[in-house]
Design a protein around this ligand. Structure first.
Ligand code: NAD
Length: 365
C-alpha cells in the first residue's frame, strides 16, 4: 500500500510543528513499512509571498491528489494589513471548500497529568472527553451576500449572511449521530433557535434525524448557554454538533479546558473520508522560530490522519499512546508546564526535544 501525504507547513510555528509530526510519521513508516510518500507545498502567508495567492494552483493540484493532508497554521502580522479577501486565512477557507471538507472533528480530551494546567478546577475537568463536530463549509463564513458597502446615505455597512440548507444540516447531523453512537450515545446540538431562522431549521432537521438514531439521546442548547455550560460543568458533554461560527468559538473554549491549545488536534473530512488534519491552534507568531511551540497537537493530528483517512488504526493508537507516555514521563513544553504545581514535571523542553521524546516512546512500543 502507498500513501501520498501532503504537508502544508504554512506560517509562524507551522513549519516547526509539522517538522516534528513528519519525523513521527517517518519513524512509524520505517518501523512498520507503511509506504508513506511525502510532498510539500505552500499555503497561507508564505504562499502569498512566493506564489501570489494563499491557496495557489500548484498547492491545489497536490491537495486534490493526496490521500491525506497535514497542515501547520497560517497567518501572522506580516499579512494583517492585506484586504480580507487576500489574507492567509483565505487559503484555509479555500482548501476546505475546494475539497468539500464539511465535517470538522475536534476532540477535547484532558490528559490526567495536565488537569493542573487547565483554567478550571481539576475536579471539573479531570477525565474530560468531548468531541465537537463543527460544520465547516457553510454558514456565515461563506454565505452571500457579504462585504462592506457604502449606502446611498454615505454610511458604510458590513454585511454577512448565515445560510444553511437542509441537506447541509442533514449530512453534518448524520456524522454527529454516528460519532455519538460510537461513544457514549449523547449528542448536544447547539444553535440560537430563539433568534436566528437558520438555526430554527437546524434544530428541526436534527430533531427529524434523531428518529433514525433511537440509541442516541439528542438535546439542544442555545449557544450562549452552551458556552456557559462548557465552563461550568464541561463533563456533561459527550458529542456536540454545531454550525461553523459557533463551532469555531466553542472549540476554542474547549481547548482552554484541556490546559493548552497546543495539545488539540483536529480533522476535517469530506464524504469520502479524505481529510485535512491540523492542530486547533494558530501560527503563534509570538513564539515562532524559538523552538518553544508544543508539537503535540500536530503529532496527534497526524494520528487522526492515520485513523480517519488511512485506516491505520493500530498506528494511530501507537502514536496516541506515545504522546500519553511522554506526558506521563513529565515532559512539558512551556505552554503546558505548570509552574511548579506539578511535582512530576521536569524543566520545560523545546519543540524538537518533545518530538525526540515521542519518537523514543514509539520505539519502546
Ligand atoms: P494562536 O493560536 O496562534 O496563539 C494564541 C496563543 O497560544 C499565543 O500565546 C501562542 O503563543 C499560544 N500557542 C498557540 N499554539 C501554541 C503551541 N503549539 N505551543 C505553544 N503555545 C501555543 O492564535 P492567535 O494569536 O489569535 O493568532 C495568531 C495568527 O494565527 C493569526 O494570524 C491568526 O489569524 C492565525 N490563526 C490561524 C489558524 C489556523 O491556521 N488554523 C487558527 C487560528 C489563528
Amino acid at each position: 500500500m502507498n500513501y501520498d501525504l501532503l504537508l502544508l507547513a504554512g506560517d509562524g510555528i507551522g513549519p516547526e510543528v509539522v517538522a516534528q509530526a513528519r519525523r513521527v510519521l517517518e519513524a512509524v513508516d520505517t518501523r512498520y513499512e507503511l509506504g508513506f510518500t511525502f510532498s510539500e507545498a505552500n499555503i497561507g502567508g508564505i504562499a502569498i509571498d512566493k506564489e501570489g495567492a494563499p491557496y495557489p494552483p500548484s498547492t491545489q493540484k497536490l491537495a486534490r491528489e493526496a490521500d491525506a493532508i497535514l497542515l501547520g497554521a497560517v497567518g501572522g502580522p506580516a499579512w494583517d494589513g492585506l484586504p480580507a479577501a487576500d489574507r492567509p486565512e483565505r487559503g484555509l477557507l479555500a482548501i476546505r471548500s475546494d475539497l468539500d471538507l464539511f465535517c470538522n472533528l475536534r476532540p477535547a480530551m484532558l490528559f490526567p497529568e495536565l488537569a493542573q494546567a487547565s483554567s478550571l478546577r481539576s475536579d471539573l475537568v479531570a477525565g474530560l472527553d468531548i468531541l465537537i463536530v463543527r460544520e465547516l463549509t457553510g454558514g456565515i463564513y461563506f454565505g452571500e451576500p457579504r462585504g462592506i458597502n457604502t449606502r446611498e446615505d454615505g454610511v458604510r455597512e458590513g454585511v454577512n449572511t448565515d445560510r444553511y440548507d437542509e441537506n447541509e444540516i442533514r449530512r453534518i447531523g448524520r456524522l454527529a449521530f454516528e460519532a455519538a453512537k460510537k461513544r457514549n450515545g449523547r449528542l448536544c446540538s447547539v444553535d440560537k433557535a430563539n433568534v436566528l431562522e437558520v438555526t430554527m431549521l437546524w434544530r428541526e432537521v436534527l430533531e427529524s434525524l434523531s428518529k433514525e438514531y433511537p440509541e442516541v439521546e439528542l438535546s439542544h442548547l442555545y449557544v450562549d448557554n452552551a458556552a456557559m455550560q462548557l465552563v461550568r460543568a464541561p463533563k456533561q458533554f459527550d458529542v456536540v454538533v454545531t454550525g461553523n461560527l459557533f463551532g469555531d468559538i466553542l472549540s476554542d473554549i474547549a481547548a482552554m479546558l484541556t490546559g493548552s491549545i497546543g495539545m488539540l488536534p483536529s480533522a476535517s473530512l469530506n464524504a469520502h473520508s479524505r481529510g485535512l488534519y491540523e492542530p486547533v491552534h494558530g501560527s503563534a507568531p509570538d513564539i515562532a522560530g524559538q523552538n518553544l511551540a508544543n508539537p503535540l497537537a500536530t503529532i496527534l493530528s497526524a494520528a487522526m490522519m492515520c485513523r480517519y483517512s488511512l485506516q491505520l488504526n493500530d498506528i494511530a493508537d501507537r502514536i496516541d499512546r506515545a504522546v500519553a507516555s511522554v506526558i506521563s514521563q513529565g515532559l512539558r513544553t512551556t505552554d503546558i508546564a505548570s509552574n511548579g504545581k506539578d511535582q512530576n514535571s521536569l524543566a520545560p523542553v523545546g519543540t524538537t526535544q518533545m518530538g525526540d521524546a515521542v519518537i523514543a516512546a514509539l520505539g519502546k512500543e
